[in-house]
Design a binder for this molecule. Structure first.
Ligand code: PRT
Ligand code: ZN
Length: 224
């Protein structure tokens, strides 16, 4: 049987795309990612790069369709919770937390609201793209709420009268401020992370993963 090439999923375009490519190139992979193809062959190692929507990456790894993936921990944890709820495969191994893609998943309310803790949001409606992480946080706090699922434009939901509060990603806080909102609770701190499928690899591919991880550690240490 011919040796299966190692498959790595990264975001095709978006906030993590350039940093993923820089990291892999820094680790010695010769890649030609100028075209828009889904699958690109690494020129100097038996590795294929799969470029997809970030939301697809955790599932591809958990289902063993790809061997490695780079994704934000926010997207990864949301997918893990959703799959757990549906008793679908949700296992993966974290190889390394990375040094980019930092953000936090936070609750935000009208800047003039008197927020004193999660209980201030009792029986409100909260707009989010992260219903499982939100439910986990509110359930742990013991606060009843309802949600409003929005895949985009979450920050305008309160002004549009769709929700009382939001649960969204924040990095600088400029988006919240521009929408008259204030961050009132940090629920989850996230960075990009490198994960591996729990499907066993061939010895050759596991060696390749080990070598890649050593090189990635080197790249990250060098820019610390
Ligand atoms: O097309 P695809 O589905 O692949 O991409 P996407 O549009 O779903 O994701 P993308 O590229 O926007 O983000 C990818 C990942 O980057 C996220 O899952 C996070 O892990 C990470 N990341 C880091 C962020 C941010 N910082 C961030 N600030 N993702 C989104 N934002 C958004 C946030 O949703 C809000 O709209 O930026 C806005 C807030 O930014 P500030 O600086 O105004 O606070
Ligand atoms: Zn996405």
């Amino acid at each position: 049987m011919t040796q299966q090439r190692l498959r790595i999923a990264i975001q095709k375009s978006g906030r993590l795309a350039d940093e993923c490519q820089t990291l892999l190139k820094g680790a010695g992979l010769k890649l030609n990612l100028r075209d828009q193809r889904l699958l690109s062959h690494c020129q100097n190692l038996p590795i294929d790069i799969l470029r997809v929507r970030d939301d697809d990456i955790p599932g591809l790894v958990m289902d063993g369709v790809v061997d490695l993936g780079i994704v934000g921990e926010n997207v990864l944890e949301e997918e893990r919770l959703e799959r757990q709820a549906m008793t679908r495969p949700a296992e993966f191994t974290t190889l390394r937390r990375l040094d980019f893609g930092g953000c936090r998943l936070s609750l935000a309310v009208d800047k003039d609201m008197d927020y004193t803790g999660p209980a201030s949001l009792a029986n409100t409606r909260i707009a989010t793209s992260y219903p499982y992480l939100l439910a986990q946080f509110m359930n742990q706090a013991g606060v009843p709420f309802s949600d409003c699922m929005l895949k985009g434009s979450v920050e305008v939901a309160p002004r549009a009268g769709l929700a009382d509060a939001i649960c969204d990603l924040v990095s600088t806080g400029a988006t919240l401020e521009a929408n008259g909102l204030k961050e009132c609770e940090v629920m989850f701190r996230s960075k990009a992370t490198l994960i591996q499928s729990q499907q066993p690899l061939s010895d050759a591919n596991q060696e390749l993963v080990d070598k890649l991880l050593t090189r990635i550690n080197g790249v990250i240490q060098a820019r610390e």
